[in-house]
Design a protein around this ligand. Structure first.
Ligand code: GDP
Length: 469
């Protein structure tokens, strides 16, 4: 729970690790005061710039023995932490709408932690998950759909999802929703004016109201038909590579990933763990899972026992998979071992691959996609095929927006209320009654942008963010 919006918060905004740059962000009215206590333009003596908005300052962060008074006075009696640059943003022109200072230091775990600790010791409070973006929302800098787009952008694993999330962040979804809300507000105004001033204002014709409602329903439907593709871009699919030991699963996994992630050997059963990585296939995040080979094993041998654990995992993985990439060896054709595995997967959306296609292709596998991880032959065709299978499994429609489950629920609620209003219209109910459903649709649409939204929903959304965002 966020305690107060009046306090000043701080957090490390870069991933914890070693890198060129690390950053600590502060937001709140004490940001400048806090940074003044720990920063100096000179490594030798205390020199404090004026910290003007939109300016970048170079200097040092140092830990003083005491922060009473105002700050470090004599840099020699302080411990230098790092050479930094400071970016200053003043309210209201900042990410959160408050005074924001970003301290950019060298990217070492200890450095960023030390600087954050200094900020906390000198008056800042540790930011909670998503608190910077939450403040941006509460201060009216961004609406809720833009805040959610920030989260999507951060977590996006494909170019396509990054693109549509950036569209949402730029305000495309908000604009679309606001246009619909305006249509509804205009319609409601006509109805309410006639209810409030029956002497002076005629009530709008029922046919006119129906036309307007149908127009809005059509627009809502235009977004709702894209939920399949939104959910696919967001959640992606799981593709499991299945096949007997040594058929070439790990090699295919590495080839599709274009890196050596799985261990490849010619000893059957070397992949005993599940290894997974996400790749971008046609804008869809496909989590590729390399499994231990499924095969009959003897349980009396310890190493085989370990392998059997892997085999059980791979069977459960196959159950959860959205697609199975089934591999059979080009030279060997469809063997007894392959048959056992095929029984496990035959009811899944399936792509049949003839592995090691640089070798001679067995006639059994004439309807298999020939792929050689060694020569890269057939890899592009395989990716196209995977995309085709994924897209055909759902009624997908391209969209320039992406909507999440919460937004989809709001749209569905709005549509339901609009349909009810339309039924009331057809039945020529009193317009006061119709306006109740229209107001309800307006509220549901307003929940998407955060115009009308409960604290609980806000907490829920921002709890999915990381600290520092
Ligand atoms: P897994 O047990 O199914 O994961 O199989 P691996 O990927 O470990 O491969 C088993 C063996 O087949 C290794 O010796 C690989 O070098 C070899 N292999 C894998 N893919 C190909 C390929 O496309 N062509 C040829 N010629 N050999 C391959």
């Amino acid at each position: 729970m966020i305690t107060s919006i009046n306090d000043t918060i701080a957090a490390i905004t870069t991933p914890l690790g070693t890198g060129g740059v690390g950053a600590i962000r502060l937001s709140g009215e004490k940001s400048v005061e806090i940074v003044s206590k720990i920063f100096s333009s000179s490594p030798d003596k205390k020199e404090l710039p004026e910290f003007k908005a939109g300016r970048i300052y170079h200097g040092w962060v140092a830990k003083s023995h005491s922060y009473h008074d105002s700050s470090i006075k004599d840099m020699n009696s302080s411990i230098l932490i790092d050479e930094v640059i400071i970016l200053v943003f003043k309210t209201p022109n900042s990410y959160t709408g408050e005074d924001v200072i970003e301290i950019q230091c060298h990217g070492g775990i200890n450095i960023v932690k030390n600087i954050l600790n200094l900020c906390l010791e000198t008056g800042a409070r540790m930011a909670e998950k998503g608190e910077f973006t939450k403040r941006a929302f509460l201060n009216g800098r961004i609406d809720l759909s833009k805040a959610e787009a920030v989260l999507d952008l951060i977590h996006s694993k494909t170019d396509k999802f990054t693109r549509v999330s950036a569209y949402n962040l730029s305000g495309k979804l908000s604009l679309f929703i606001n246009e619909l809300r305006n249509e509804l507000i205009n319609l409601l105004s006509l109805i309410i004016a006639a209810i409030d001033f029956p002497e002076e204002v005629d009530e709008p014709e029922y046919r006119f109201i129906e036309e307007k409602i149908n127009f809005i329903i059509e627009k809502v439907d235009n977004i709702l038909v894209t939920t399949g593709s939104s959910n696919l871009m967001r959640q992606g699919v799981k593709a499991v590579i299945a096949g007997k030991p040594n058929v070439g699963k790990s090699s295919l996994f590495n080839a599709l990933l274009n890196m050596e992630r799985a261990i490849v050997t010619n000893i059957p059963g070397t992949t005993r763990d599940i290894i997974q990585e996400t790749i971008d296939i046609g804008g869809i995040p496909v989590t590729l899972i390399d499994t231990a080979g499924i095969r009959e094993i003897e349980n009396d041998h310890e190493s085989h026992y370990i392998e059997s654990i892997g085999i059980n995992i791979s069977k459960s993985c196959i159950k959860e998979a959205d697609i199975v990439l089934f591999m059979a060896d080009s030279e060997q054709g469809f063997t007894e071992d392959d048959k056992i595995i095929f029984e496990e997967i035959k009811n899944k959306p399936l792509i049949k691959i003839a592995s090691k296609a640089d070798l001679k292709l067995h006639q059994d596998l004439s309807d298999y996609i020939p792929v050689s991880s060694k020569t890269q032959l057939g890899l592009d065709e395989l990716k196209k095929h995977i995309e085709k299978v994924i897209l055909s499994s759902d009624n997908l429609q391209e969209s320039e927006f992406s909507t999440n489950l919460r937004q989809q629920e709001c749209l569905n609620n709005a549509k339901e209320a609009l349909i009810n209003a339309n039924i009331s219209c057809e039945n020529r109910e009193v317009q006061d009654f119709i306006s109740i459903d229209l107001k309800s649709a307006l509220i549901s649409l307003g929940e998407i942008t955060g115009e009308v939204v409960s604290d609980e929903i806000i907490e829920n959304i921002f709890s999915n963010f990381c600290i520092g965002k």
